[in-house]
Design a protein. Structure first.
Length: 532
């Protein structure tokens, strides 16, 4: 017999029952299928969104380029989202941007790149309106939270009489991203952008709505008055926060963080006054001019030798005055209202075996010192009728768990990667369970083969019709100790049977080599056994 391990393994498989063979081959097929699926998911690339919210025209252009580059891709969201492998996303975006893709169907001033010869005046005005709407839509679409924009502008025809003229109007439709909100400041910016881009378009004639039909702009908040009110509110808030921060920092350093709360309300005067003042001082005089008049009178005859000389001096004086032109600035503080709340002093008090925390109020001396410090920090002025209150009360402490959703979401990898990892782990676990079950069944249904001892054969030549005896007893079936044989992954489970068979082969080979005649007679007797 051949001592090849492969032949020995085939011999073992041939001796198995159909049920055992079905279990082995079925387990091998299932394990191979699971490994193939696992390798398929491991080799599948990680897809990342290339573009989303594409129009059908842009989606077809993107797919045409991707197919030309022979890249793998996925299409989601009814053809509006295209995904490519993660390592190719930025390269593909740059290449498509160089080709002007995607354009999302928005036409701007490039409409005038084509020749307009022979075009009517109406078509030229229509193209200008389309280009203006497209450029505004592109600019507004770059704001955070905005997914899509449509701009509609109505420019009336000019008339001869100014009283009959109609002002332009505009409407802006915003498609916001999921769970995105747009602030009033951004709405005001959009309104002012459209008003500044269209000649003669007032802010009051611009409407901003979203795709859900909600009006985002309000006609009441229009013109420079609304802008001034917004700026005044921002100035008021910044003054209050600045003063509260100064007082809060002092109390935190003295009492510890979380033991004091300070809130400030500031009334500001935003009136801008221009004054011109003239002040006169009657006690001081200043000579502004001086005039001297001289006169000479002579006699009427020759004999009259008398002559008169006269001199008059006139000096003009003016009272000194002061002229002042004063412009009082806006945003001056008219009144401050400061409220400060201090936490009581916590102390541990033992009541029997339990320890409780008791809050004791602060002393009046400490409260007066803290009040004086805070008053000087925020600049309390009694002439303005400023109000200040400082109270010491115990704070209510609740043990709450803070969950930061933004940080926890960033720690998790892509959902697809988690799904692939879980599937791989399940596949490996299932394969190991199937193999373990098969090995247990094979071990419980182990094949028992008798040990063949050539020494028990009769050396003498048997009779022609006498069947040679082969003594096989249970006592002679001594299994050797378990040894590992190179017969694959099943060596731990079937090594006893394989070793027993190999020992039989070695004994038969040695007996035939030492006693060739006896072996030939024995084989001859076996061949004529069927003739009896």
């Amino acid at each position: 017999m051949n001592s090849n391990p492969f032949q020995a393994l085939l011999g073992i498989i041939n001796k198995l029952s159909p049920k055992q063979k079905f279990m082995i081959f079925g387990g091998a097929i299932v394990t191979t299928a699971l490994l193939a699926v696992m390798l398929f998911f491991l080799n599948e690339p990680t897809y990342t969104t290339l573009y989303s919210g594409l129009s059908p025209e842009d989606a077809s252009k993107v797919l045409e380029y991707i197919n030309g580059q022979k890249l793998v891709y996925k299409i989601d969201d009814n053809g509006q989202t295209i995904k490519v492998p993660k390592e190719k996303v930025y390269e593909t975006r740059l290449a498509l941007a160089g080709r002007g893709i995607p354009s999302s169907g928005v036409i701007g001033y490039e409409i005038f790149d084509k020749s307009t010869m022979g075009m009517s005046e109406f078509m030229q005005k229509l193209n200008y309106k389309r280009a203006l709407e497209g450029e505004l839509a592109r600019t507004i679409g770059q704001l955070d939270g905005v997914q899509g924009v449509r701009v509609h502008i109505v420019i009336p025809q000019k008339t001869i009489f100014k009283d009959d003229e109609k002002v332009p109007t505009a409407s802006v439709v915003l498609k916001l991203k999921s769970s995105a909100q747009i602030s009033k400041e951004n709405i005001s910016s959009i309104v002012n952008l459209v008003a500044g881009s269209v000649e003669g378009l007032p802010v009051s004639k611009i409407s901003v709505i979203d795709t859900k039909g909600r009006i985002l702009s309000s006609e009441e908040e229009e013109g420079p008055l609304a802008f001034a009110s917004t700026k005044q509110y921002e100035i008021k808030q910044s003054v209050e926060n600045y003063l509260a921060k100064k007082a809060q920092s002092i109390l935190d350093n003295v009492l510890g963080y979380g033991n004091a709360i300070v809130q400030i309300n500031a009334d500001l005067n935003f009136d801008q006054v221009e004054k011109t003042m003239e002040q006169y001082d009657p006690e001081t005089q200043v000579a502004i001019s001086e005039q001297t008049i001289k006169s000479n009178n002579q006699g009427s005859s020759v004999s009259d030798s008398t002559a008169q000389n006269a001199e008059n001096s006139v000096t003009n004086y003016e009272i000194s005055k002061t002229l002042q032109k004063v412009i009082e600035g806006s945003g001056n503080i008219q009144r401050l209202s400061v409220a400060a709340v201090l936490n009581d002093i916590p102390k541990e008090v033992k009541k029997g075996d339990k320890t409780e925390i008791v809050f004791e109020p602060r002393s009046q001396d400490q409260l007066k010192k803290l009040e004086e410090i805070v008053r000087n920090a925020v600049g309390i002025d009694a002439t303005r009728n400023d109000q200040f209150s400082l109270v010491s009360i115990p704070f209510e402490v609740k043990q709450t768990e803070d969950f930061n959703v933004g940080e926890s979401s960033t720690l998790l990898p892509d959902v697809n990667e988690w799904i692939n990892l879980v599937f791989i782990v399940v596949a490996i676990a299932a394969s190991l369970l199937v193999l373990k079950n098969l090995m247990k069944r094979l071990k419980s249904e182990r094949i028992v083969i008798g040990t063949f001892h050539p020494g028990d054969l009769a050396v003498a030549a048997p009779a022609p019709h006498q069947k040679p005896e082969v003594n096989v007893s249970a006592a002679q079936m001594n299994y050797p100790k378990k040894k590992s044989l190179p017969i694959g992954d099943l060596e731990d489970e079937i090594s006893d049977e394989a070793l027993l068979k190999k020992n039989q082969q070695e004994k038969i080979i040695n007996y035939v080599a030492k006693n060739p005649l006896d072996a030939a007679k024995l084989i001859n007797a076996w061949m004529h056994e069927d003739e009896i």
